[in-house]
Design a protein around this ligand. Structure first.
Ligand code: SF4
Ligand code: SF4
Length: 461
């Protein structure tokens, strides 16, 4: 069978103005240098962008001609990754036994496991709320009383997060397979409307899969943020108190699509809870990555830490009382970074702000979940150190259109996860001295990594 070539960059529309790489928050090049870099990438497939890109989407958002330069970076990564994905990608590949979701299920509380089980139901239904890859990491968010009017909540990691993560790796063949699975599942369910609890996944369903992979979806998409603002505007959710905080808002990569519509929606939600907004240095279409994009780019745990720490420092530099993070993936990654760095900055998802403004008390478990995630990452690093076979790159299994049972977490991983999570939540770790040691160690390790890999303490800061 012929292998399909995926070509998404529109060279015919590109006038090589360099605006893309001049605006890139990781390159920040003078215009002349930016022109040379994009020219080099187009003509010779060589550019610094291939090494420093954090998949943030800024270049696509600012390109005046709609040439999609980020896709050119992905096309080159796609070539590199045809032979396999680095082992760290196992964490976000549900067909691999030791992925984030199977690991977390070994340590999640019973109420959250019950929610996940109830959502794993693909029986016919015209209107659904899709859980999203990373809302399933923080399922307690969807327990808020202000969300009572949502349609039936459905979803599981068997949908591969609608391919959002895999798209960032450049494995377009897998994206196409996931797209066929989604078409089949949603069509068999007879779905006519999907409220996406993870709005980034809504962008994948509305934009990336139909435009680039020919996905034929017969349903309307409404991101949860839009749903929430609509309920506030229609008076179905009524704030009864002003929260009165000064907050900063972190914008995620896919919020830069559709002219940044979701960025404004979320700011309006925040204002309606009685909070004032102070912006970070890199915001909206120039927002920096939470750290997760660095994982898709280079698959090095230290890259995630370094990138996330840069973003956390920008958050803290605003002097805000709290940060609002509307993407569940950014929320959990930045929560891990925050705990490692020992930062006191509170993080809120907009649903939590609205719940509080409506007089409720959301179940706030971000810090606990961050330590669960630290156990997932530690387990991965232990396996990497102990088992040479685990270090090898791997070829992900074919993703069939029908949902297949996912592999179970091996017993050894389950026991390690339980032991690590118990340790991280115990007074042995959760005391002032140990937290200070962890914070100092984390910052020193990131600084050393930055010097070794980028040649300076903070790459192009
Ligand atoms: S991709 Fe767009 S922004 Fe970049 S050089 Fe081409 S036209 Fe300019
Ligand atoms: S996606 Fe972001 S990090 Fe990557 S090249 Fe474009 S602007 Fe730079």
């Amino acid at each position: 069978m012929a292998v399909r070539e995926f070509r998404f960059f529109r060279e015919d529309l590109c006038d090589r103005c360099g605006d893309c790489f001049a605006a890139c928050p990781y390159l920040e090049l003078p215009q002349g240098e930016a022109k040379r870099e994009i020219g080099g990438l187009i003509e010779r497939g060589s550019s610094l962008a291939l090494e420093v890109c954090n998949t943030c989407h800024t270049c696509d958002a600012v390109c005046p001609n709609g040439a999609d330069p980020y896709e050119l970076v992905l096309e080159h990564w796609s070539e590199r990754r045809k032979q396999g994905l680095p082992t760290t990608a196992r964490l976000v590949t549900p067909s691999e036994p030791c992925n984030i979701w199977s690991c977390l299920k070994a340590v999640m509380p019973a109420d959250e496991l019950a929610l996940l089980r109830s959502w794993d139901d693909f029986s016919p239904c015209e209107e659904i709320c899709l859980t999203g890859f990373y809302t399933s990491v923080v399922p307690y968010l969807l327990q808020a009383s202000v969300l009572e009017g949502l349609p039936k909540i459905v979803g599981s990691e068997a949908l591969f997060g609608c391919a959002g993560d895999i798209y960032k790796t450049g494995r377009f063949d897998m994206v196409e397979q996931i797209s066929r699975r989604l078409e089949r599942v949603f069509s068999e369910m007879g779905v006519k409307k999907v409220v996406c609890s993870m709005s980034a996944e809504g962008m994948v369903l509305e934009e990336i899969l139909p435009r680039r992979f020919g996905a034929d979806f017969a349903f309307e998409v409404e991101p949860l943020d839009v749903w929430l603002l609509r309920k506030l505007q229609e008076g179905e959710i009524v704030p009864v108190r002003e929260l009165g905080m000064k907050v900063t808002v972190h914008d995620n990569c896919l919020s830069k699509m559709q002219g940044g519509r979701l960025q404004e929606v979320n700011r309006e939600i925040v204002r309606r809870t009685g909070c004032d907004i102070v912006e970070m240095r890199h915001t909206r279409e120039r927002s920096m990555c939470c750290g997760f994009g660095a994982a898709a780019a280079r698959f090095r745990v230290m890259d995630i830490m370094s990138s996330g720490w840069r973003r956390l420092k920008e958050i803290e530099a605003t002097g805000a009382d709290a940060a609002v993070i509307y993407c569940p993936a950014c929320l959990f990654i930045l929560s891990v970074i925050k705990e490692m760095a020992g930062s006191r900055m509170p993080f809120y998802h907009p649903v939590e702000l609205v719940e509080m403004a409506a007089g409720g008390e959301p179940p706030r478990r971000h810090e606990d979940r961050a330590w669960d995630m630290a156990a997932v990452i530690s387990n991965h690093l232990v396996k990497y150190a102990l088992f040479p076979s685990y270090r090898k790159s791997f070829q992900p299994a074919f993703i069939s259109p029908e949902i297949q049972p996912l592999p179970q977490l091996p017993r050894g991983d389950r026991l390690r996860m339980k032991a690590l999570a118990a340790l991280y939540h115990s007074p042995v770790v959760q005391n002032r001295i140990m937290r200070s040691v962890i914070s100092l160690g984390f910052k020193a390790a990131v600084a050393a990594y930055d010097v070794r890999h980028w040649g300076q303490a903070s790459p192009r800061a």
